[in-house]
Design a protein around this ligand. Sequence first.
Ligand code: NAD
Length: 353
Amino acid sequence: MEQKTYSLVIVGFGGMGSYHVQLIEPCEHLSVTGVYDLVDYRMELAAAKGFKAYDSLEAVLSDETVNVVLIATPNDVHKSIAIQALKSGKHVICEKPVTITSADLLDILAVAEEENRIFMVHQNRRWDEDFLIIQDIIQKKKIGETFHLESRVQGANGIPGDWRQLQAYGGGMLLDWGVHLLDQLLLLTGSKIDSVSAELSTILGTEVDDGFTSNIRFKDGLTAVIEVGTTNFIKLPRWYVKGTEGTAIIRDWDLSGEIVVNNPDVVKVEPKPIQAGQGLTKTMAPPSEESTLRLPIGKPESTKQSFYDNFVSVIEGKSEPLVKNDEVHRVLRLIETIFEAAEKQVILKGLEL
Ligand code: NAD
């Protein structure tokens, strides 16, 4: 196996652990050299792929040739593995949700600081094209000032796997998918959050949420609806964003969508009334073709540094992390606020978040 500058061992070689192998492959300075998993057949798979199969976490941590530990286990053990790895002098990449509580993350960060090691969370959906397109639309004010956005992921297949259905493992869809959508949301505005309300879904009868809907209002007036569903046989659009000059929609990960904006070059033409059910309406008619433009949603630039290249660069003191731990901490605090709002069935107002 080709030796690159930094040797990385994956702890937890399930679905995501195995996928990291593929993701790290193009990285110039980082190579996966070994694997540790509790389950024998996972270790056999790893050995068959040519990776060193460690027989315990201690064996990984006492191996001085290992520079980086990547944690891709269920969520409940991220904290203890991260702290042990940092104390053994390893840099750490950890899967999301980094921890189950925001206080747990602070405990890890204190150790990372003491040990002078890098700890970074794999918030990979910051690189999703649909998100980058929406970020570009908002930043460049392509629909004027954005005042409302809706971000949803919906499936019809329930909560996947086994541990995601159990509270003790940090299961539930708010922690699983919510952490991605909320992380993206907080990158779309520089404003602090003013109020949060939420409803958890428990249609499937599991001990954890099988989805949620949260309404979030920012201090600058932006409102957001964030929704994760696992009982949706028909999905709503992935993104729906309203601005003072137009509306943008991205329907799915295939990036189908469009932007409709006021045409600045024509005087507004009144729409014609349309038949709507048993009545006529002009209010609910689409905007007139003459006074609006239908634009493609565009493509994001693909020159962004990868998560792993950035991680290496941070280790070498050459870059700031693209995923900052204080951002990750804020997302966990927002998740805690959503749980609290849902449990109390109230709008939590006057927040400083
Ligand atoms: P999984 O169940 O497929 O794999 C988890 C693996 O960890 C299993 O092979 C299990 O045997 C092993 N394991 C459990 N406890 C362990 C321990 N103490 N030490 C070593 N190995 C242990 O789960 P998954 O879907 O791969 O999820 C793993 C992590 O990755 C979770 O935190 C999840 O949220 C995250 N994840 C992230 C993304 C993403 O897009 N960033 C996608 C999927 C999963």
